[in-house]
Design a binder for this molecule. Structure first.
Ligand code: FAD
Length: 525
């Protein structure tokens, strides 16, 4: 007679941030639940997802309760900072610079993800979850209220170890872009209307932007008290692309290029790494920061965005990148991770409680699943069109980017950050995802504004005024804050928008109405 299979309440695929935080929160909610986390990697490598914004920072600090880890092992983040030039070789000090003049009133962090992911997985183990490291989920026979999960021990392909099969009520997918469940269920769809690609790596020996010698050598002017350029996510921007510079607590610097494939092609014709090196060497400012630094690792993805056609069903739920990915600009990845983990744990926790009370309430579960899918599947296309479609056409123009940064950030604070701080349970609501008039109105407003700036960008390119303030313009505007504290930032963004609109009106008298139906063709270098 065969042995009875090990039985769990939840098996989690992947022990990195999404999987480990789902396991940790579920264990806290249901201390009696049996939870197994399966993770192939014995130690987490460096990875992207290094800059938090306010919602994900709140999730890490106040929901996962990682204050000590964040203070001791990670760096604080000093907002977003943007740099622009005119495509010619320039000195750093000649570039235009856009940033808030002070720090926001809520914290954000620059993360060494290998350290963070280890800390969250250790916290899940401490909370009572079983962790199988060096093991991989290789099979899943979907069923309800019990499905069968096959786990390969050893190197993950079953060759140097053995396989075991367990049963579980819930399979929580935190497998990142591997998207174990969504691929198996053929739910995954590439977001073709937003063809963005990325290449990135960590550099050792990059310059410190606040170092007195570097400041003296480059001639960069001083900035506000308490704000450090190095601790910001520094963005270097051009038409169709942006590059991030993020400091890490181990002393390395993460640098990445994200580009819209229809608008920009990185220079050269070599491998992606050679193109990345050529790109960095050609960029004013960036090349000065990385002068003499060594590239320690390199990675690239040709197409970033995708989404699963459902986020959860009876017995399974998708979290983090296992469900979808948008675009790294404004770091929505960890915000989405926080929201999908939080909402999934609410749903599963409630079902486990009902099951423990003598049988699940399936009608109630189906209703909850409908709402969960409805919210997340409404959120993704709205988030995409409200913020990202057409955005890469603005990025080579300092004024347009400054305007969109100020308005997008202030509205993010009004619409999301403030409510998460006031009502933590609103973390379960994905951005623009609720089916109520407020959510629809917020999305339509953002989409209108985003589209309008896109038209102004096309108009400026067609009339030769694109990037006219890309040299020597320093705009240090108001910082965002909770509640009405973001109003000055919003007002400054709207004032800039009105100036941009006035510029369009004036130039229209001279140039008439150019055809704005298409973006300008791809450029190289
Ligand atoms: C270029 C780029 C830049 C980005 N920058 C930012 C940023 O600055 N800020 C931000 O918020 N977000 C950013 N993101 C997004 C962010 O990186 C992701 O949202 C986040 O890392 C997703 O975490 P995760 O835990 O879902 O997946 P991952 O971190 O990918 O973890 C998945 C885990 O699952 C494991 N796994 C895979 N298959 C199996 C299996 N079959 N069985 C068991 N385990 C398995 C893997 O080993 C891995 O440990 C960026 C993304 C990209 C592409």
């Amino acid at each position: 007679m065969s042995e009875p299979l090990d039985r769990y309440d939840a098996v989690v695929v992947g022990g990195a941030l999404a999987g480990a935080s789902a396991a940790l929160l579920l264990a806290r909610k249901r201390p009696d639940a049996r939870i197994l986390v399966v993770e192939p990697q014995q130690a987490f490598p460096r990875k992207v997802g290094e800059a938090t914004v306010e919602t994900s920072a709140y999730f890490l600090e106040s929901v996962l309760c990682l204050q000590e880890h964040l203070e001791a092992e990670q760096l604080p983040k000093h907002g977003l900072r943007y740099w622009f030039a005119d495509g010619q070789p320039r000195r750093f000090a000649e570039m235009s610079e856009v940033a808030p003049r002070a720090l926001a009133d809520v914290p954000t962090f620059q993360l060494d993800r290998s350290r963070l992911d280890e800390a969250v997985l250790a916290a899940a183990a401490e909370a009572g979850c079983e962790v199988a490291r060096g093991a991989k989920v290789t099979g899943w026979e979907e069923g309800w209220p019990e499905s069968r999960v096959t786990i390969a021990q050893g190197n993950g392909d079953g060759e140097d170890g053995c396989e075991r099969t367990v049963t579980t009520r819930w399979l929580v997918d935190g497998s990142g872009r591997h998207a174990f469940v969504a691929r198996r269920k053929r739910l995954l769809k590439r977001t073709e209307e937003h063809p963005v690609a990325a290449m990135w790596g960590r550099w050792n020996g990059a310059a410190d932007l606040d170092d007195a010698d570097f400041v003296a050598a480059t001639g960069l002017p001083p900035i506000g008290d308490g704000v450090r350029r190095r601790l910001a996510t520094n963005h270097f921007c051009g038409y169709g692309w942006w590059a991030w510079v993020i400091p890490l607590s181990d002393g390395a610097t993460s640098v990445g290029l994200v580009h819209h494939r229809d608008l920009y092609t990185p220079p050269g014709d070599g491998t992606p790494e050679e193109r990345f090196r050529a790109f960095v060497a050609a960029q004013p400012g960036l090349s000065e920061i990385l002068d003499g630094a060594e590239l320690a690792d390199f990675n690239a993805y040709r197409h970033l965005p995708y989404v699963a056609g459902r986020y959860a069903g009876r017995g399974w739920a998708l979290t983090g990148d296992a469900a979808s990915f948008l675009d790294p600009y404004y770091s929505p990845g960890l915000d989405h991770l926080a929201m999908s983990v939080f909402a999934s744990v609410e749903l599963i926790g409630e079902d486990l409680a009902a099951a423990a009370d003598g049988g699940g309430d399936e009608a109630r579960l189906d209703e909850r699943l409908e709402t969960h899918n409805d919210h997340f599947l409404r959120s993704y296309p709205r988030w995409l069109s409200g913020l990202y479609l057409g955005k890469y056409e603005l990025m080579g123009d300092a004024e347009l980017t400054a305007c969109s940064y100020a308005i997008d950030t202030a509205l993010y604070y009004f619409g999301i950050v403030t409510s998460v701080y006031r009502y933590p349970e609103s973390l379960a609501n994905p951005t623009f995802g609720l089916s109520n008039p407020q959510s629809e109105w917020a999305w339509r407003t953002m989409r209108f504004f985003n589209r309008r700036l896109n038209r102004i960008a096309r108009f400026r390119r067609a009339t030769g005024s694109y990037g006219r303030k890309n040299l020597g313009w320093r705009r240090f505007g108001p910082a965002p804050g909770l509640g009405m504290k973001s109003l000055p930032m919003l007002v400054s963004g709207i004032a800039l928008w009105l100036r941009l609109e006035a510029g369009v009106l004036v130039r229209r008298l001279r140039h008439g109405r150019p055809d704005l139906s298409q973006p300008v063709a791809a450029t190289t270098g």
